[in-house]
Design a protein around this ligand. Structure first.
Ligand code: KG4
Ligand code: ZN
Length: 348
């Protein structure tokens, strides 16, 4: 099976080719980051993102097929992010995928971006369903049981901000640049994780929901009081912040592992690239007799390979989509009334 994967939901344009002949293989993985375009604004500007996707996508697809040494005729399917995400960018991916699938008469595979993250671990690791998933990205923070493609039960979600958003905000307040996650992780090295006592929202409360807005506010208030001559303040604050997020993840995952025991805890999404947090999650998994599995760092942040792979998983089950598919700015993984009743179902 050979599938093209197209990702355009945020600020990365990506096209990959993944094959599955017994063992999955990434045959081509092209990505173009829009960091430079958004840098002057300190965050992603949707209109700029949409235009940049439009300019970058076609050459990336042609380049990816070239890298894989195949032509459109060799594809078994065209997979693309159908949502959730910034609507302008998602539309660029959907329209391009429609044109390709129609012109070359190929199966058309609408992939939920969150499902791309959720299944990405199976592209490189031997992980069987079901597993417990901590999905932590720039816009989402959820705990789910994953039973298969399209088969998710949400155990908890954030009632306000996502963890990645909180990393980005912290980096911005400290002038560390964008995206904030890698910058905070770098700055935290050598810092004192015990120096600043920050609030741990939801800590020791029942359930698996998250909240990060109080932590965000506390970081802002702490930054306002920092002594500019205190050379170690930034490293100490980043380390303390990271430790606090780690404490919250551990506490929430412990509740999840108790209420929905699983031999495998998977962490995915951009924040899963953080090695300190992976270490903390390894500990909590081991405490409950589970093992932590994470995708390689490169596959944690947005990429086309995870979309191609989710397409393969769907294609195997015969789940293709009609060409009248409409882009979905919101698309929860678990649309059950229970999951949607969580205060901020926020697109996923
Ligand atoms: O999954 P992703 O690439 O895009 C979304 O779907 O949102 O996640 C991006 C988020 C950003 O908030 C970024 O700051 C965060 O992932 N991130 C990290 C790290 N690398 C990326 N957060 C903490 N530590 C990292 N090393
Ligand atoms: Zn993502």
């Amino acid at each position: 099976m050979i599938v093209l994967g197209i990702e355009t939901s945020c600020d990365e344009t990506a096209a990959s080719v993944v094959t599955d002949s017994g063992r999955p293989r990434i045959r081509a993985d092209r990505i173009r980051s829009q960091l430079d375009e958004h840098l002057p604004y300190g965050g992603v500007v949707p209109e700029i993102a949409a235009r940049a996707h439009l300019e970058a996508l076609d050459p990336l697809i042609v380049g990816a097929l070239g890298d894989a040494g195949i032509g459109f005729a060799d594809l078994d399917g065209v997979a693309f992010t159908g949502g959730p995400g910034l609507i302008g960018g998602v539309m660029v991916g959907v329209m391009t995928a429609k044109a390709l699938a129609f012109a070359h008469d190929k199966p058309f595979l609408a992939v939920n971006h969150l499902e791309g993250h959720a299944l990405s671990v199976r592209l490189t690791e031997d992980v069987a369903f079901p597993y417990l998933l901590l999905l932590v990205s720039g816009g989402h923070c959820q705990l789910l049981t994953v039973r298969g493609p399209g088969d998710f039960t949400r155990l908890g979600t954030t009632i306000d901000d996502a963890a990645g958003e909180c990393f980005d905000k912290t980096a911005k307040l400290l002038g560390l640049g964008f995206p904030g996650g890698p910058a905070v992780e770098r700055a935290a090295k050598g810092g004192d994780p015990q120096r600043f006592a920050l609030p741990r929202p939801m800590w020791r409360k029942p359930g698996c929901d998250f909240s990060f807005s109080g932590l965000k506010t506390a970081v802002r208030q702490t930054v306002e009081k920092l002594d500019p001559n205190d050379k170690s303040a930034i490293a100490d604050l980043c380390a303390s912040f990271q430790r606090t997020v780690g404490d919250v993840f551990v506490d929430r995952c412990a509740n999840a592992l108790t209420s929905a025991p699983s031999p495998t805890l998977v962490v995915a999404g951009g924040v899963a690239a953080n090695l300190y947090l992976r270490g903390r999650l390894e500990e909590v998994a081991a405490r409950y007799g589970a093992r932590l599995v994470a995708p390689p760092i490169k596959l944690c942040t947005d990429n086309g390979a995870m979309i191609a792979w989710a397409g393969i998983e769907r294609l195997r089950l015969g789940r293709t989509d009609a060409l009248d598919f409409r882009p979905r700015p919101r698309w929860p993984l678990d649309p059950s009334p229970h999951a949607l009743s969580a205060r901020a179902a926020r697109g996923g």
